[in-house]
Ligand binder design. Structure first.
Ligand code: GLN
Length: 542
């Protein structure tokens, strides 16, 4: 194929429709036909990237292999497409304006008046086209926010221009069709209004994907088709289902990929073995009966009167992938570490679990509760996996309670601790500043050399692994000797041996922690080794 095809996904009516999953699913069905797919997420906020966003603001911060701190939708793309997506596949208003203003300061506009149209839209188009350079067949472009928002208007204008300029562009609009209980029917009016807004901007959708609780019926499809100027067959039902990874199958049942290919004039392509694999995988997951109960001890849970699980989405997905692969249905328990600080008797709830995860985090709240949970898992032989902050606190707990280093802590939590077992390594800051991202965090994939004969080495089956990082603090090398002398094994270290990447406690059923975030590399059919190990240990299969 000579020309790349763009599929632009916009959203209407409400946010939170799962546009990222819809976008990833469209990519997936095209992958079934053997096409090479990539995806771009546009975030209309002014932040340069998601690195400074609080998790309760915008869910999890996704970390790419090349060290980008990105919107979590890129995580869906990677998991569905089974492909690493680099950081320049996340475009924000902040990046676009920053580039335009820099060019203006450098005199690159040759004295012209620099304006939103065409200068900002040109910058947007060039960034979208840049990702297409890799020889892919399809680029999915997901535009964040909702049509009618003030802040995404220039992005919509840019993709409108792309089509006019002769690029192969299809527009997919994801909307919501609510069921009003007092009326007892599904209402299409919000969809009609949303498409009207889109058409005012000059974009006519090719497909409308209707999110709803129950599948929309033919009467609703007909109505949407008529009022939104699309063919009835191009209105695709997207009801709530049991498993996000089944959305591609839902689209495939409605022949969405064939309809897309037909509109683009692409003929003679057949579904390949990737479709069968995906279908068998979903069928397998749906037939699972036995549960595995995993507790996630975290914070960030409450926002107003609602609980938000988005901040741990990759951890949740990694638990699912590992559970499914081992033949279990995951049952995730949300545990607020502050409950343990209030009353240590609450720790007993951990007895009911098959395994416990202490995930990453920043800041002070809930720290002592997490340390109590780790101690309880260690002393009661409950399978435990610590991720990033979870590893740091496992070191703090061990230092205090096994090595007898009273008051041991991370300097992030107590700067004046007598035993800074976790600390900020000035040499790291220097290395990061000079060679990587100009920031103070260790970001992206870094190598770890695994020690032969350890559990971690056995789980990965490799001598060197690359996992993604996002943190400032490290295990203090000055304390490694005393920790090891008391029985903690550092089973993975940076190639120079200075940074502790993995730890374990031999003799425990499963006590493993890592400074990295292995959850970012877990894929539906390829679980992350530490998660796989946790599930196996949880069910005594290790
Ligand atoms: N707050 C810790 C650090 O900066 C851990 C970060 C994390 O868990 N991602 O090192």
């Amino acid at each position: 194929m000579e020309m790349v095809n763009y599929i632009v996904v916009t959203g209407g009516v409400i946010s939170g429709l799962g546009k990222g999953i819809t976008t990833a699913s469209i990519g997936k069905i095209l992958q079934f036909y053997g096409f090479d797919i990539t995806a771009v997420k546009i975030d209309p906020y002014i932040n340069y990237d998601a690195g400074t966003l609080r998790p309760t603001e915008h869910g999890e911060v996704w970390v790419t292999e090349d060290g980008g701190e990105i919107d979590q939708d890129l995580g869906h793309y990677e998991r569905f497409l089974d492909k690493n997506i680099p950081k320049d596949h996340n475009i924000t208003t902040g990046q676009v304006y920053y580039a335009v203003i820099q060019k203006e300061r450098q005199g690159k506009y040759l004295g012209k008046t620099v304006q939103p149209i065409p200068h900002v839209t040109d910058e947007i188009k060039s960034r979208i086209k840049k990702v297409a350079k890799e020889g892919v067949d399809f680029v999915l472009v997901e535009i964040g926010g909702t049509v009618g928002d003030y802040e995404n208007i220039l992005f919509l204008e840019a993709v409108r221009q792309m089509k006019l300029e002769g690029e192969n562009v299809l527009f997919v609009h994801v909307t919501y069709v609510p069921s009003i209980p007092t009326l007892g029917e599904q209402k299409t009016k919000p969809t009609q209004h949303s498409v009207k807004l889109l058409r005012e901007i000059g974009i006519q959708p090719d497909f409308i994907i209707a999110r709803s609780e129950q599948p929309i019926d033919d009467v609703r499809k007909e109505k949407i088709a008529l009022f939104c100027n699309v063919h009835e067959e191009d209105v695709i039902a997207d009801p709530d289902i049991d498993n996000i990874y089944a959305v591609p199958l839902l689209f495939e049942e409605q022949n969405l990929s064939k309809k897309i290919l037909k509109k683009l004039g692409i003929e003679g392509k057949k579904k390949g073995k990737r479709y069968r694999e995906w279908k068998d995988f979903i069928d397998g997951v749906r037939s699972l009966k036995e549960e595995v109960r995993i507790g996630i001890v975290g914070k960030y849970f409450d926002i107003g009167s609602f609980k938000l699980f988005d901040s741990y989405i990759s951890v949740i997905e990694a638990v699912k992938h590992a559970s499914w692969k081992n033949g279990f249905k995951p049952e995730i328990e949300w545990i607020d570490s502050k409950d343990f600080e209030r009353n240590e008797d609450n720790l007993r709830i951990l007895d009911k679990l098959d395994g416990v995860i202490v995930p990453g985090g920043f800041g002070l709240s809930g720290i002592e509760g997490k340390i109590l949970a780790i101690k309880y898992c260690r002393e009661n032989n409950i399978p435990f996996l610590g991720l990033c902050l979870g590893m740091q606190l496992a070191v703090v707990e061990f230092a205090r309670n096994v090595c007898g280093l009273e008051g041991a802590n991370s300097t992030e939590i107590n700067e004046n601790t007598p035993h800074p077992v976790i600390t900020y390594l000035p040499e790291q800051v220097k290395i990061i500043r000079e060679s990587r991202y100009g920031a103070t965090m260790r970001l992206g994939a870094y190598p770890a050399c695994l020690k032969k004969g350890t559990l971690v080495h056995r789980l990965y089956g490799k001598d060197i692994v690359y996992e993604r990082h996002r943190h400032r603090y490290e295990v203090n090398p000055d304390y490694v000797e005393i920790l090891e002398r008391h029985g903690m094994v550092f089973s993975g270290k940076s190639p120079d041996g200075r940074l502790m990447e993995f730890l374990e406690i031999p003799g425990h059923r499963f006590f493993v922690a890592t400074q990295a975030h292995p959850e970012f590399k877990s894929r539906p059919m390829k679980p992350s080794p530490p998660f796989d190990g946790l599930i196996k240990a949880a069910k005594r299969l290790l």
